[in-house]
Ligand binder design. Structure first.
Ligand code: SF4
Length: 439
């Protein structure tokens, strides 16, 4: 008689990159015949994929580990925080195993020790595209790991190491499998998407009847031919990013760029050691919009970085007004443990000043975002449906990434399905979302 399959409870914390790691681990678990359960109680083991980017994320990770220890006791910790096991072990000495990010084999080894598989891994089935945690109609496509930059506020290179790009053939094969399995939107992610291939000297792979180089632009062009929406995240304004804009104008790649600018003042950018030629960025943004008027740019910024003066901050606000970015997030500087920026001899900014600057930043940007959204009213646009509803469905335009950007609320007489891409006439806009009817 077949044994009952061991049950694993999985907690996935952190960014889209961590989500891709979770998907890979879950794919492997399912391939080996493990079952997933939603509750820690009664599971044969709990895996917690942690995030260690900010201190607040670490605290959330430790809470999740604590809950798993209390409810189950057989806990395997992986992900970014696993790169620094001391803190976890100090709080929870009884942890079964701790592994770092992308340590799939070590995670699986720990699972085998704690809850051995009940049957032959080679006989178990897994869908060819893997098991996904994201809804079926979109998927994250991770093209590289690690980062060669050394931004002073960031500990990711310490946690994840230098850039390691995946061969372009592997990326394209994975993307094609996802599209064949029904994925309608590919979200390209990495720590530094525009640096893709640098470490492997842009090595070419055979793909279909041609050779494709492991270059950001070549990869984007090939992905654009698979028939799904292709959205580019974590791009830095290196000069070669200009080459991808015509692909957006042609409709091969979505007219969307996620560029974490973080600041605009040259002295703050220098103290942050940000990559890319940031000084000419405004000119570049104007030139991009000449080529592709539909381009939407999403970005994040940090206010209150050590040494940021009133003049730096005013420079940033003026820059924002000029750049007119569509979607923007803002963080108050957090002195993350281990980050170089805490100790570069620049004065730390008081919490009051940080808060005040954050408020002014948000106020300025909200007016810009709202005006950008309003300019869409009266237009017919393509919308991908995320959550179908009986009369109104929730979807996203080409200018909105899942989770981080806004939504389009679509009224429709006919039933819409998740993943449908429909044409919508936009009737109104509020500060974040658009509202319209399917035509
Ligand atoms: S580019 Fe900078 S912020 Fe982004 S992962 Fe690399 S070091 Fe960190």
């Amino acid at each position: 008689m077949a044994q009952a399959a061991p049950k694993i409870s999985f907690v996935s914390l952190g960014c889209p990159k961590a989500l891709v790691d979770s998907e890979r681990i879950i794919t492997q678990l399912r391939a080996e015949g493990y079952e997933l359960t939603k509750t820690h109680r009664g599971a044969d083991a709990v895996i917690v994929n942690t995030c260690g980017f900010l201190d607040s994320a670490k605290a959330e990770s430790l809470d999740a580990i604590g809950a798993a220890m209390a409810e189950n006791g057989k806990v395997i910790v992986t992900g970014c925080m696993g790169a620094e096991p001391e803190q976890i072990l100090a709080a929870y000495p009884g942890i079964a195993a701790i592994t770092g990010p992308q340590a799939y084999e070590s995670v699986m080894k720990a699972v085998h020790d704690v809850a051995p598989p009940s049957h032959d891994p080679f006989l178990d089935l897994v869908p060819p595209q893997g098991v996904k945690l994201t809804p079926r109609h979109y998927a994250y496509l991770k093209i590289s790991e690690g980062c060669n930059n050394r931004c002073t506020f960031c500990i990711i290179p310490k946690l994840r190491g230098d850039l390691v790009s995946r061969p372009v053939g592997d990326v394209l094969r994975e993307a094609e499998k996802l599209v064949n399995a029904g994925v309608k939107e590919l979200l390209v992610i990495s720590q530094d998407t525009s640096a893709y291939g640098l470490d492997i000297k842009y090595a070419a792979s055979q793909w279909k009847d041609r050779e494709v180089r492991a270059k950001f632009v070549d990869l984007s062009r090939e992905l654009g031919q698979l028939g799904a929406w292709v959205r580019l995240h974590y791009v830095y304004p290196y000069p070669h990013v200009d080459d991808v804009i015509p692909l957006m104008a042609e409709g091969l790649v979505l007219p969307y760029l996620d560029i974490p600018f973080q600041h605009a003042s040259p002295s703050v950018l220098k103290a942050m050691k940000r990559p890319g030629n940031q000084e000419k960025t405004l000119d570049r943004i104007h030139a991009w919009r000449e080529i592709c008027p539909d381009l939407a740019i999403r970005s994040t910024f940090i206010v209150g970085f050590p040494g940021e003066t009133d003049a730096d901050f005013e420079f940033l606000l003026d820059w924002l007004k000029e750049a007119k970015l569509e979607r923007v997030g803002c963080f108050k500087y957090e002195p993350v443990k281990g980050a170089t920026s805490n100790d570069i001899g620049l004065a730390h900014i008081s919490e009051d000043v940080k808060q005040h600057r954050w408020n002014r930043f948000m106020e300025t940007q909200q007016a810009i975002s709202a005006a950008r959204l309003k300019s869409r009213v009266g237009k017919r646009i393509k919308v991908i449906i995320d959550e179908p509803g009986p009369t109104v469905s929730k979807g996203r335009s080409q200018w909105d990434a899942p989770e981080i950007d806004g939504n389009v609320h679509v009224g429709s007489r006919r039933p819409l399905r998740q993943g449908d891409i429909v044409t919508v006439k936009i009737e109104r806009a509020d500060a974040y979302d658009l509202f319209g009817v399917a035509v």
